[in-house]
Design a protein around this ligand. Structure first.
Ligand code: GLY
Length: 384
């Protein structure tokens, strides 16, 4: 069987794997990325919200710092990608409007706004009328809003396509095969074994396999990480030219206790997401999921009834027990994790690539990433 060699082999060609590959290749490192279907799994089934403020969760302060660093890194990351490829990176700096339907929903978003302000985040509370001034097609029933100027969105499919091009232009080799096993000699990762039985030898292995990260063979049981697939259904609606733009900002809504978001794309699409179900690796689109998304979206934006449903698709978020990613040392020399980004994969793409590239170059995990080491789950001492 043929054997190949490179400096770094990356398992997974989602946004995280591709961005990391590109960063390393730009620095002159010979990188191979392995994935049977590059960019077409989790990274393509997302709305692409960059929403560290809107989606902040009570008590997740370390994750918030990482999320804020990444939203700040997106503009330079996008400019660099665009300069290299001549293609758009998909970043849309629109701000985000969080809205509430009934009085309970309004109380919930106001409570969150208090917390956001205590954290020093920029938010502005609005009445329903003020929210409709920003988005005139919102339902008359919208009772309150919170304007979040620093939360934006990325057309994730555009970003995938541009990153694939950037990788190609930077000399990254793409191998369209599944990695079955990490090859370990003694206590050191030395490469990967592919589904056809061939091997790629490398001085450094980076596992960016998203929801499949816990399934990689070759690792001792005590170093396996608890990443699980968390299903989400998402819809794409086409807005007829006469109604464009249906929305000018990302709208995140709490509608009778249910969360729904509507993310406009410049081409006239509206992405509506997302359900959350613990169904393992099941990616069937269920009628109940589509129903729930449309029920909640039309409560906030009645125009939804007039839009063409062009796609309903389900993807798998790589979830971890504490909702934060797993970055850096694995407990095996030569194997780094870049996975478990849960709801924040698009957001965390630039900072993850930066962190992992720096770790490869220096052998030291940057301090911002220290709280996110695998050792918080594996309880195995890892050298930074
Ligand atoms: N970040 C949005 C989601 O996971 O649905």
């Amino acid at each position: 069987m043929a054997e190949r060699t490179c400096d770094v082999v990356i398992i997974g060609a989602g946004l995280i794997g591709l961005a990391t590959a590109w960063r390393l290749a730009v620095d002159g490192i010979q990188v191979t990325v392995c994935d049977p279907t590059p960019g077409s799994q989790t990274s393509s089934v997302a709305a692409g919200m960059l929403a560290p403020v809107t989606e902040v969760e009570y008590g997740e302060d370390e994750l918030l710092a990482l999320n804020l660093a990444s939203v700040a890194a997106w503009p330079a990351f996008a400019s660099e990608l665009e300069a290299l490829t001549g293609e758009p990176a998909g970043l849309h700096r629109t701000g985000t409007l969080s809205v509430a339907y009934d009085v309970d929903d309004a109380a919930a978003i106001r409570r969150l706004a208090d917390y956001q302000r205590r954290l020093g985040l920029e938010v502005e509370e609005l009445s329903g009328r003020e929210a409709r001034k920003r988005e005139p097609l919102l339902a008359a029933g919208v009772t309150a809003g919170v304007w979040v100027p620093g939360d934006h969105s990325v057309d994730n499919r555009q970003a995938v396509s541009t990153l694939l091009r950037a990788c190609e232009l930077s000399g990254v080799e793409l191998v369209r095969q599944r990695v079955d096993r990490v090859l370990i000699t003694g206590t050191t990762a030395v490469g990967v074994e592919l589904e056809d039985g061939s091997a790629i030898h490398a001085g450094q292995v980076i596992a960016a396999a998203g929801p499949w990260s816990s399934q990689l063979d070759g690792l001792p049981a005590e170093l396996r990480i608890p990443v699980r697939p968390l299903k989400g259904e998402i819809l794409r609606l086409r807005v007829p030219p006469a109604y464009r733009p249906a929305l000018s900002h990302t709208v995140r809504a709490t509608a009778r206790g249910f969360a729904v978001y509507l993310v406009p794309r410049p081409g006239g699409e509206l992405v509506v997401g997302a359900t959350t179900s613990e169904l393992g690796y099941d990616t069937r689109v269920l009628a109940g999921g589509v129903f729930a998304l449309l029920r909640d979206a039309r409560m906030i934006l009645p125009l939804v009834d007039e839009l063409e449903l062009v796609e309903a698709v389900a993807g798998l978020r790589p979830a971890t027990p504490d909702n934060a990613p797993i970055l850096g040392p694995s407990g095996i020399d030569g194997l780094l994790w870049a996975t478990g980004h849960y709801r924040n994969g698009v957001l965390l793409t630039p900072i993850t690539a930066q962190i992992i590239a720096e770790t490869v170059h220096t052998g030291v995990l940057p301090s911002l990433a220290r709280p996110f080491q695998a050792s918080r789950f594996t309880e195995v001492k890892v050298a930074p």
